[in-house]
Design a protein around this ligand. Sequence first.
Ligand code: FAD
Length: 468
Amino acid sequence: MNLLIWFRQDLRVSDHQALWAACEEARDTGARLYALYIATPKQWQAHDVGPMQLDFIERNLNCLAASLAALGIELELMTVADFAAVPAALGQYLAQRNISKVFASEEVELNERRRDAGLLASGIDLRLFGGHCLLPPGTVTTDAGAMYRVFTPFARRWCALASRQAIRPLPAPQPLGPAKVPSHLRLDVEKRASDYWPSGEVAARERLLAFSGGPLGAYGQQRDFPAMAGTSSLSPYLALGVLSPRQCMAAVLDAYPAALVEEGSPGRNWLMELVWREFYRHLLQAYPGLSRGENFNALGDGIRWRNDATEFAAWCEGRTGYPIVDAAMRQLNTIGWMHNRLRMLAASFLTKHLLIDWRWGEAYFRRQLVDGDLAANNGGWQWSAGTGCDAQPYFRVFNPQLQSERFDPEARFIRHWLPELAGWPLKALHRPAKRAPDLFAETYPAPIIEHSYARERALSVLAVLKRG
Ligand code: FAD
């Protein structure tokens, strides 16, 4: 009987627990190991997976195929419409190849878990392994065994548990046989190419090493300034599993061995971002409603969103008349990525200034992002809207003018992404409402809404989130 390694959101060969176990068993038993990726275009559409991420998946799949070929394993591509079609197609694939056991990495999203539960129920011997989180969902809990609803105690517990573990990523498995020639795999979906994001594990690890050997030490001071390369830009690789969280954690600890136990360690701030990533994944598993688009805080169901389609289009296209927000949206629309400080600002602007449902913003982000990830995207949107777990309180409404002055003081980021405004004086770039009328140009709109008015309106509409 033969074996299968089924790749999903884990497009790597290093530090891959399921691949490691499958190779061990193939070596021990002499079974042949097949490798498969299942493309699901209709499912991707339903999940708002965007063309830039699909292109990134395709490019990383081909890198994975090359790495597997060097190990003597051929990666095959199967295409079905959606998850509902997987059991029949996979069942037939297994039968044709006399495969008795399937190895795969666990996934945390609800539809993915239902798909896997269905496969198990249909009698397929599916062995699931960890890897998408350093500490698996369900293992970081209060003394009463419940999921934390506040980040800080979760992080404290997470660090205590992680510090008891040896954080040693697995190497790539040894070859199972002579190298093969990889075939080119092509996803038959709408894709958008970007050379901004080189594909493959080697590129991801080089980026990680460059970051951990440099900007990591100053992350706490630089992470909020979008004109600086102060963050890692590793999110696209983590989202597709080209890089594992354990590899990231090991890199932090190599550079700053005390980061898990000392709050003042220079590696600590970045490590906490990795813990936020885990927090949102653990929440997604604990609260299946999040995968269905439900407010974490049910009081959010009472918000009367305005949902003005014209204003939504202006936000999407970077035409709000607030240069910092528009520059951020142009960054997103161009490279499929946005700096975290600006994700928070753009999301706050949509949900609080314009009172547009966070789900509209979540779906738009997902369609544009190369790092689109249900847990982090949902967590970030609900945090910003005030409806989430341990969210930004509803009455904190970011002032785009102050955020602009504080985090892009010389307007380098704004001028880079809105070159048509490069000649504007600095003050006008931060405070467009106060700029001289002769700066109004046909190419750039006046602010869509006045800040103080928007703030008062948001406080009144979002007051339904007031507890008790
Ligand atoms: P770094 O600052 O270098 O952080 C390292 C890694 O930690 C990131 O690559 C990411 O995997 C993780 N991380 C960092 N911050 C967060 C966070 N707040 N929540 C969860 N994980 C985090 N991140 C995504 O990966 N995919 C998304 O779809 C996504 N959507 C978001 C939407 C909104 C509205 C907001 C406010 C945040 C969103 N984030 C998302 C989180 C965060 O903005 C990005 O992870 C980060 O900007 C990626 O850049 P980086 O790799 O340079 O991060």
